[in-house]
Design a protein around this ligand. Structure first.
Ligand code: NAD
Length: 375
């Protein structure tokens, strides 16, 4: 089966890190480790410069038709002054909205070799493997009314609306429970039912879905503020965390920092399963941005991009073994002491070798190939 991919490299370091994954896809095709057909397109500032929009209709049609979109990063100071509707980020938001990507998966994995790079103690983070499942298309970021009103007496009133309906909670909890089945079979749902009506409904609906549909999953609840505290106190107690858009935004950033560097963190955003094929629309992207400060310098860490592609292999291509091998290749290359500048400790770098984007990419591909050939 040939997997149809759309590669959208974007701006800044996007094209540099995407080139490394593109070379991996070419190798995999050449070696018969999977079959991929890919097209490339423009998004963000690059699309604005060439086409006057943050993403063209043609590219959107390709994204809708693809099995998965692999996305680099968008934005940069060059486009600070462009009109709001065509700013680089508008391309990313349009993709998320039109593909209906309501489930955002952010794994926080701490590679043993990088435990020292975390702000927490080694024993707290070493071997950490938490998956945060964040609701991405609802809640307070989208609820109406959303406005600032001038009260006419020198005061203003700002309103954001936190709103969730049953189906939105059901579908995200199902995604979390399905993923937990492939892991340690534990899900923790986080909300603020003590002070928010949306939290009361979230808790009720989540409990019911888990009880009715996932009796084999150990499902529990935690108030989101307590969850934030537990994430830094003892993060290894968690397997899968499911939460709303706002809490997910914050909790996943907290979890991200447990692992050391932004350049390490992948993400996946998934839509609803197609009624006929069961396939979900999907987009895979590093958590970091376009890093204009280091763009073009051949120092960007490509690991988040490789790890995002590993998620694509797992969730969109059903290539579970290859996904594991790619993740293992990353861990082994780190174990051997290869580091891009962002994951090089400020002190105690003896025995480590600094490499650039291409050097890291080549090492990961070679290691992946030998793991894949060994079977
Ligand atoms: P950023 O993530 O681009 O960079 C933050 C810091 O981390 C910088 O010092 C950067 O050099 C470093 N960094 C990030 N990725 C790295 C990597 N792979 N290897 C080594 N170092 C890395 O965030 P920012 O500086 O706040 O934003 C820059 C631009 O990116 C802005 O225009 C912003 O809007 C955009 N942005 C885009 C996305 C996206 O496309 N999904 C996400 C966040 C920010």
């Amino acid at each position: 089966m040939t997997h149809q991919l759309l590669l959208l490299a974007g701006d800044g370091i996007g094209p540099e890190i995407m080139a490394e994954v593109k070379a991996l896809i070419d190798w995999m095709n050449a070696e018969g480790i999977g079959s991929f057909a890919y097209e490339e397109g423009l998004v963000g500032g690059a699309a604005y410069d060439a086409e006057g929009v943050a993403i063209s209709e043609t590219t959107m049609q390709k994204a809708l038709a693809a099995d998965a979109v692999i996305f680099g990063a968008v934005g940069g100071p060059k486009w600070d002054g462009v009109p709001y509707e065509v700013r680089p980020e508008a391309g990313l938001l349009r993709l998320r909205k039109d593909l209906g990507l309501f489930a955002n998966l952010r794994p926080a994995i701490c590679y043993p070799a990088l435990a020292e790079a975390s702000s927490l103690k080694r024993e707290v983070v070493e071997g950490l493997d938490v998956l945060i499942v964040r609701e991405l298309t609802g809640g307070v970021y989208f609820g109406e009314p959303k406005e600032i009103t001038d009260l006419g007496n020198g005061q203003k009133r700002a309103v954001d609306t936190q709103v969730y309906e049953t189906y939105e909670i059901e579908r995200i909890v199902r995604v979390a429970c399905e993923l937990a089945k492939t892991r340690a079979k534990r899900v923790t749902s986080m909300e603020k039912r003590n002070v928010m009506k949306s939290g009361v409904l979230w808790n009720e609906v989540a409990t019911e879905v888990a009880r009715r549909e996932y009796p084999d999953i150990a499902f529990d609840h935690m108030l989101a503020d307590a969850g934030g505290m537990q994430l830094v106190r003892w993060p290894k107690q968690f397997d899968v965390i499911v939460t709303d858009n706002l809490f997910g935004d914050m909790l996943s950033d907290v979890a991200a920092m447990l692992t050391g560097s932004l350049g390490m963190l992948p993400s996946a955003s998934l839509g609803a399963p197609d009624p006929q094929s069961g396939r979900r629309k999907a987009m895979y992207e590093p958590v970091h941005g376009s890093a204009p400060d280091i763009a073009g310098k051949e120092v960007a860490n490509p690991i988040a991009m490789f790890a995002s592609f590993a998620m694509c292999l797992r969730y969109s291509c059903g290539m579970i073994e290859a996904a594991g091998q790619l993740e293992k290749a990353i861990a082994e290359v780190l174990d051997e002491g290869l580091r891009t500048g962002d994951i090089l400790p400020r002190t105690g770098a003896e025995g480590l070798t600094e490499v650039g984007t291409k050097g890291m990419g080549q090492a990961i591909r070679e290691r992946f190939l030998s793991l894949a050939q060994a079977g």
